[in-house]
Design a protein around this ligand. Structure first.
Ligand code: ADP
Length: 422
């Protein structure tokens, strides 16, 4: 029986999908997670269940000390664990990408430097170290620009700024987001780059010995012009002409080669305009959230099963079916406390809808980007054409009514004794 170490994030959307795939394939999973290192021991959890995924060297030492028996592969469920998974594979002599390559593409500044160095199309960019005044950069900027945190995902900490005043506000905001989300925020600083106009597409791919296979190219039919960039609709196959699709594939493949990524899943975001194909991001992971489920019919298996099969060198041959498919990452209309929703049964009855998964929990505080990086849930459709898939997603979404109520600040002072008074 094959044995795979799986890095399970405590807040991951896809833990169950990976575990189900392992069960289908008869693979033994050795679980590792990132539970709080102070609570985990009191719950009786082993040290391997309380790894700091964002401290890969230290976490790898813990895993290598604790684990016994041999492993056939190390996989991370999502972005948070990919660097650690690569480092462990490297140290254990298992197939995988080099940790340095994964680290470089995860860092938006390092990735931009790589694109520039290799002469791939790249927006002009600047590093803004922590504490530096953004006004210093203004003479060198061509507005609009995009201010970004270095290592966050899901459009968290990404804001467009159209002038110097908006830039100062965006920098303050993104600094606050990054300092809450990344303990290396102080050393990282921010990146400020030209805003690239154009339509956006996402490529889901798989690398095998350096060769890229495009599993799906998604249109993102909703405009993503900012100031915040909340993802909503993904529809596949793309309605772009074949020649442009081929160019996107080629650019992503070039970027993977330049970055030294050679194996496993790839997710890329690109913008297309008259000047060419711009790589906004190339990540050594598969698509986030539950979106991968939109590919089950075309792959003939779940995306997680495919990733697992590739990792253990099991045969991949499986015939999928054609047609169009789409997913909506249900946007969060405003910050607040999610209380529930109405219209779910009605939404599930829309023609073409294959599933509506509400992932927000009642009582949970939800926030759209740039502060938040989660969704209310996901709507999945299948249809004969991409246009029909898009329409079904929009129609379905209109049937859902979300109850999100404001958070009221607690009036604590009124209950506290005033000093000097009984
Ligand atoms: P994340 O990893 O959080 O998704 P990205 O760098 O991919 O961060 O940015 C998130 C979104 O912000 C992109 O999908 C895109 O819509 C928008 N965006 C980012 N950079 C630019 C840019 N230079 N020009 C235009 N839009 C951008």
């Amino acid at each position: 029986m094959k044995r795979v170490l799986l890095l399970l994030p405590t807040t991951g959307y896809r833990n169950q999908d990976f575990l189900a795939a392992a069960k289908t394939l008869g693979v033994e999973i050795v679980a590792a997670a990132n539970y709080c290192h102070q609570l985990a021991p009191s719950w009786g959890f082993a040290p391997i269940m309380a790894l700091h995924f964002d401290r890969p060297e230290q976490a790898a030492d813990t895993v290598l000390r604790e684990i016994d028996g041999t492993l056939d592969a190390v996989l991370a469920v999502d972005d948070s664990g990919i660097e650690l998974a690569a480092l462990l594979a490297e140290r254990l002599g298992l197939p995988g990408n080099r940790a340095a390559a994964v680290r470089r593409v995860r860092d938006k500044l390092a990735f931009r430097r790589l694109l520039r160095e290799r002469e791939l199309l790249c927006p002009a960019f600047h590093h803004l170290p922590s504490g530096d005044d953004p006004r210093r950069l203004v003479p060198d900027l061509q507005f609009p620009v995009v201010v970004k945190a270095r290592r966050l995902s899901g459009s968290r900490g990404v804001i467009r700024a159209d002038d110097a005043e908006a830039l100062a506000r965006a920098v303050n905001w993104v600094r606050a987001i990054q300092s809450r989300a990344d303990r290396d925020a102080e050393q990282l600083g921010l990146i400020i780059e030209d805003f690239i106009p154009g339509r956006e597409f996402a490529l889901e791919g798989s690398l095998d010995r350096g060769q890229l296979t495009t599993l799906a190219l998604f249109d993102k039919p909703d405009p993503l012009d900012g100031p915040c960039f909340e993802e909503t609709l993904y529809v596949t196959p793309s309605r772009l002409p074949e020649a442009v699709r081929a160019r996107i594939h080629e650019e992503v493949a070039r970027a993977c080669r330049a970055a030294g990524l050679a194996t496993g899943p790839v997710h890329a975001e690109v913008r297309v305009n008259e000047r060419g194909i711009w790589l906004l991001e190339v990540a050594a992971r598969s698509i986030g959230g539950l979106c991968g489920r939109v590919l089950t019919h075309s792959l003939g298996m779940s995306l997680e099963e495919m990733i697992l099969r590739q990792a253990i060198a099991a045969p991949l041959a499986a015939a999928g079916v054609g047609g169009a498919a789409g997913v909506m990452m249900i946007p969060i209309p405003r910050r607040g406390i999610f209380h529930g929703l109405e219209g779910l049964a009605d939404a599930q009855s829309v023609g073409g809808v294959t599933g509506v998964s509400i992932t927000a929990e009642p009582g949970q505080i939800v926030a759209p980007p740039p502060d938040g990086a989660s969704y209310l849930g996901f709507i999945f459709v299948r249809a004969a054409t991409p246009a029909e898939a898009e329409n079904a997603l929009r129609l379905d979404h209109r049937r859902l009514r979300f109850d999100i109520r404001p958070e009221y600040p607690a009036v604590v002072e009124a209950l506290m004794p005033t000093p000097g008074r009984p």
